[in-house]
Ligand binder design. Structure first.
Ligand code: SOE
Length: 381
């Protein structure tokens, strides 16, 4: 029997992303043959009873209520940050300084200034690091990337992305606190720009290279909300909707839109890329399909085709069931852990590293700056 080296996980956070990451750590060894075996060693959060319940449910060996104690523990190999955005910076830097590998939920920082300090800390410490931009690992999206790299599309002219939701439309919804920190700019950094557009930007730059400049408009539709923790009615400072035009370094043009006010849409992430030879379209609600138009097809049968990305030779799919049977959202996280663990013995770190994910924060900073200045803004390097 080949023994797999155990790697002890210290998880900070227990909500949506704490669950998504824990599920990935638990599932990965069953479906991927890797040299390392993640062990759910400790879960950490301020709320002692909630984190104990989480640890019991997911099988963590122990709990901590202070992340500093978790970071100081010699039995922890990887700190995984699934806590609200305002905690990413301090935890990541302390974890790197303690010599731990660091995985961090997106966006890396609330600003590119924060993410620069985090990037420098992991690089100075020489520890492996990665940011959870999970949509790259949806097999259909990974296949689109393979096609781009093979040159299937030829010169790329257009990129189009949307991430639409409707969950904050009620004026009665408080801002801040458990489950609602995404509405509090002091915690989240921004609204949909850092939350939803960050995903779109990460995938876009992965597929189509760096974004050079942007011009944006943002809106806060509901101007005041009660704070969940204090009960006080306060101005809302997040962006509820954010739209921007972009020019990529390769000369292609793009439109991006994210909102939490698109009635009926819960998590509609779509992307489209138009090249000289072909176009591709992907939709999170139909995540196992890619729509492809290939101008190289014989004229008589040329048209959009819908490809079911469930075959053994599609990215990641040979690790799951049999051809034709699809997988879902949570598997994108499992793939990300598989790539991370699979990369540890090689010189090429799994992407996106902190440095690569910081590039997204530079774009979101430029988007927010442009919405304020009403001018085109260059993305800083
Ligand atoms: C917000 O509702 C959210 O949960 C984001 O924070 C996630 O990153 C996104 O994948 C789904 O929507």
């Amino acid at each position: 029997m080949i023994t797999k080296k155990p790697l002890n996980i210290g998880m900070v956070g227990y909500s949506f992303m704490g669950r998504a990451h824990s599920n990935a750590f638990k599932q990965v060894g069953q479906f991927f043959d890797l040299p390392y075996r993640p062990v759910l060693k400790a879960a950490c959060a301020r709320n002692a009873s909630a984190v104990q319940a989480f640890a019991d449910q997911w099988g963590y060996d122990s709990v901590e209520t202070d992340w500093r104690k978790l970071v100081a523990r010699p039995d922890i190999d990887i700190i995984d940050i699934a806590a609200p955005n305002d905690m990413h910076h301090d935890i990541a830097i302390a974890a790197a300084e303690a010599g731990k590998m660091v995985m961090c939920e997106k966006p890396l920082g609330r600003t590119a200034k924060e993410s620069l300090a985090m990037t420098e800390a992991v690089e100075r410490a020489g520890v492996r690091n990665m940011v959870w931009y999970n949509y790259r690992r949806v097999p259909a999206v990974t296949l689109a990337k393979q096609w781009v790299d093979e040159g299937k599309f030829g010169r790329i002219f257009h990129y189009r992305a949307k991430f639409l939701q409707d969950w904050t439309m009620s004026t009665d919804l408080p801002q801040g606190g458990t489950g609602l920190w995404r509405l509090d700019a002091s915690v989240a950094g921004s609204g949909v720009t850092g939350d939803l557009l960050a995903h779109c930007i990460d995938t876009a730059m992965w597929l189509n290279g760096p974004i050079a400049e942007v011009t944006a408009v943002t809106e806060t539709f509901i101007k005041e909300r009660k704070h969940q923790l204090t009960g006080e009615v306060q101005p809302v400072t997040i962006d509820d909707a954010s739209l921007f035009l972009a020019r990529f370094a390769n000369g292609s043009l793009a439109t991006f839109e994210a909102t939490r006010y698109a009635r009926g849409h819960k998590a509609l992430y779509t992307l489209e890329l138009n090249g000289q030879n072909a176009s591709v379209f992907w939709d999170l609600h139909d995540l196992h399909r890619l729509q492809l138009f290939d101008h190289g097809d014989a004229g008589i049968s040329r048209g959009w085709r819908s490809i079911h990305i469930t075959d053994g030779d599609h990215p990641y799919m040979k690790n799951w069931w049999v051809p034709g049977l699809q997988i879902g959202y949570e598997h994108s996280f499992t793939h990300q852990v598989a790539d991370f663990l699979g990369s540890l013995d090689s010189d090429t770190p799994a992407a996106p590293t902190f440095r690569e994910a910081r590039a997204t924060d530079l774009v979101t900073d430029a988007v927010l700056a442009s919405a304020k200045s009403r001018q085109w803004e260059q993305v800083m390097g």
